[in-house]
Design a protein around this ligand. Structure first.
Ligand code: LMR
Length: 329
């Protein structure tokens, strides 16, 4: 009898172990606001695919592009409440969690995305990824998009051409101040509402976004001019809920980190190409004129917005600003 009980116990144990062996995969919801054929959109899809291939029985990534689940503000709240596990918002959405993250919003700080790449290799940039932990947010990687270009229905060649324009900005005080420094009027607005805002005249344009976003959001349909000003960087941090991430089984987390490193390399290798292609498509469409700036005009734009860097120097940290500037060489 004892043996029979033992066997029964064994099979009970096996039964009990059964469901956990075949347990439902951990679902990771990844919400974002851009189109699939953008640097972030492609990165999210690649992440989903590699996780399916390598961790398919344990983890499932669900991707919700185009603000189909949340806009960025609601997405950040959902990350904190555990309703979504991955986001890649632009740095302009993260200043509320980390003052130093506002660094990336400063006007004309980085000359190009290569300078951004060089900065991201520094210990200062690695530390920035951890700067939101007090709010329960962990930065996992930097994903690139590109440089910011303003659009409107009037030609913007000189800083004074911006005067009085109502321009959409992301929820960033730095970006709003940059618009004010150009004597324009900042309007904070969710990304998914910008097209309609332009169409209905609620806004005259937007203060700076990447070629790939401008093209895939179809803004050229309702904007006649874009200025190639490269007036700042629009780039992302892949973020997760700190306690969710640390609660994952260690081997799953390690594999996910490896996959993320691979996807990050691909996103950052492809971002420039996607933006160049989008720029070309806009130029070819003929519906929107691309205005380029001479060296003198560029110097005027820089001068007009320089005060913003000084205004935020203490909040962001002079050392951090200098480290970023050094990456331009
Ligand atoms: C924006 O709101 O303009 C961008 O942050 C959207 C994005 O994710 O690229």
């Amino acid at each position: 009898l004892k043996r029979a009980l033992g066997l029964a116990g064994c099979s009970l144990l096996l039964f009990a172990a059964g469901p956990s062996l075949a347990a439902d995969p951990i679902v990771i919801k990844f919400s974002h606001v851009v189109a699939n054929d953008t640097p972030k959109g492609q990165g999210a899809q690649m992440l989903q695919q590699l996780v399916e291939e390598r961790l398919g029985d344990r983890v499932k990534i669900e991707v919700y592009p185009n603000s189909s689940l949340y806009d960025d503000t609601k997405g950040l709240n959902a990350l904190l409440t555990g309703d979504v596990q991955l986001l890649a918002p632009s740095m302009a959405k993260l200043g509320q969690y980390s003052k130093s993250m506002q660094l990336y919003d400063l006007p004309f700080l980085f000359d190009d995305m290569q300078a951004v790449s060089r900065f991201e290799q520094t210990p200062e940039a690695t530390k920035l990824l951890e700067s939101m932990e007090g709010h329960g947010i962990l930065g996992l990687a930097y994903w690139h998009n590109g440089m910011r270009q303003p659009t409107a229905n009037t030609k913007m060649q000189e800083p004074r051409d911006m005067r009085g324009l109502k321009l959409r900005v992301e929820p960033s005080n730095v970006l709003a101040d940059q618009v004010k420094a150009l004597r324009a009027i900042p309007r904070k607005m969710a990304f998914g509402e910008v097209y309609q805002g332009m169409q209905t005249g609620v806004i005259d344009g937007q203060a700076g976004n990447t070629w790939s976003n401008i093209q895939t959001q179809k803004w050229p349909e309702v904007q006649q001019y874009v200025t190639e000003a490269n007036l700042g960087v629009l780039s992302y941090v892949l973020i997760t809920n700190d306690s969710f991430w640390k609660g994952l089984p260690a081997e799953v987390r390690t594999e996910l980190n490896d996959i993320i490193a691979e996807v990050t390399e691909s996103v950052n290798d492809n971002a420039d190409r996607l933006n160049n292609e989008a720029r070309q498509a806009i130029a070819d469409s003929g519906s929107t004129t691309i205005t380029t700036l001479s060296a003198d005009q560029l110097a005027d734009w820089r001068e007009a917005t320089d005060s913003v860097i000084d205004k935020y120097r203490d909040e962001i940290g002079d050392d951090l600003i200098r480290a970023a500037q050094q990456s331009n060489q």
